[in-house]
Unconditional design. Structure first.
Ligand SMILES: [Zn+2]
Ligand SMILES: [Zn+2]
Length: 305
């Protein structure tokens, strides 16, 4: 089953060099999660042939324009497309008011309901709990309240070995086996779990951390995860500027990836000062080899093997 991140926008502050402002789409099995919604997000969704109506959950990290200015447009297009299904929107206090005013003065009554979930940027909370996964907030250190998001698949069940399982096995016993139990008849062991099943598929994880100053408080949350997106607005020679503006350098993002023992790092939210991005990647790789640039249109998949 897919667990795939698509980069829609990778630049900070302003759109330049054909790069757009922050947005990513995460597909886990059949659910599509939109994370941040910079100005060009709906254009990028169209460009990459992603149907808007597949998206039922939108997460907004903070209210700086480069993360949210695409949202009124996207919501409006969903309405014009006749969307019926409810939309869950997770964002900071104030976001609901901004959208409500926009709709009020344009005299728009949406064709669908928006369920707004207000985020608390002070402490980590579980904001979404589905059968197969949870989403938790990661409090970040930015100029205004800002949350990252941790997507984590729940532990999965063992897989039945069809070669060894007797065909007459009851559904109840199959459930027991999937849950890791042996099956007994009276005292007698009749189905030994390790002979009848394979280990579960891997539970995968992704964390989105943008925007933020370098902060080690996030380390326990991102420890050992499969995929980390961390903002890397500047090269390390601009560290003073990064401190002033509550951003992170490529070297610092890689340091966090290494300390957290993540499997793969994606850096993005590039400053408009950089036309070429290779130096940012090279800098990250000096600390953490498995680093990649958030190039728009690129997919990052995590396997469940
Ligand atoms: Zn930003
Ligand atoms: Zn910001």
């Amino acid at each position: 089953m897919p667990f795939e991140l698509k980069i829609l926008g990778s630049n900070s502050a302003t759109p330049v060099f054909n790069r757009h402002q922050s947005s990513q789409l995460l597909q886990i099995e059949n659910e599509y999660f939109l994370i941040d919604c910079g100005e060009a997000t709906q254009h990028q969704l169209i460009r990459f042939k992603i149907k808007f109506n597949k998206i039922n959950h939108i997460f907004i990290s903070h209210l700086h324009g480069d993360h949210v200015l695409g949202l009124p447009g996207l919501i409006s297009t969903m309405h014009l497309n006749g969307r019926q299904r409810e939309l869950h929107l997770y964002g900071p206090p104030g976001l609901n008011e901004i959208l409500t005013l926009q709709l009020k003065y344009s005299e728009t009554i949406l064709s669908y309901d928006i369920h707004f979930h207000e985020l608390d940027a002070k402490e980590s909370k579980t904001i979404l709990d589905l059968d197969n996964l949870t989403v938790q907030t990661i409090p970040l250190n930015h100029r205004i309240d800002c949350c990252g998001f941790l997507f984590k698949e729940k532990p999965k069940k063992r897989r039945i070995n069809k070669e060894t399982l007797p065909p007459e096995t009851s559904l109840l016993n199959i459930i027991k086996l999937k849950n890791g139990e042996d099956v007994y008849e009276g005292e007698k062991l009749v189905l030994k779990n390790e002979e009848m099943t394979f280990p579960p598929r891997k539970s995968r994880s992704f964390a989105y951390c943008s925007d933020t100053r370098y902060t080690e408080t996030i380390l326990p949350m991102i420890k050992d995860i499969d995929l980390l997106y961390h903002e890397s607005t500047f090269l390390d020679d601009m560290k003073e500027r990064a401190i002033e503006t509550f951003h992170t350098t490529a070297l610092e993002a890689a340091t966090l990836a290494k300390k957290a023992n993540v499997k793969r790092l994606i850096i993005g939210h590039f400053s408009s000062r950089y036309k070429e991005l290779e130096p940012l990647l090279e800098e990250a790789k000096t600390v953490f080899t498995n680093s990649s640039l958030a190039i728009e249109g690129n997919n990052f998949s995590v396997s469940d093997d």
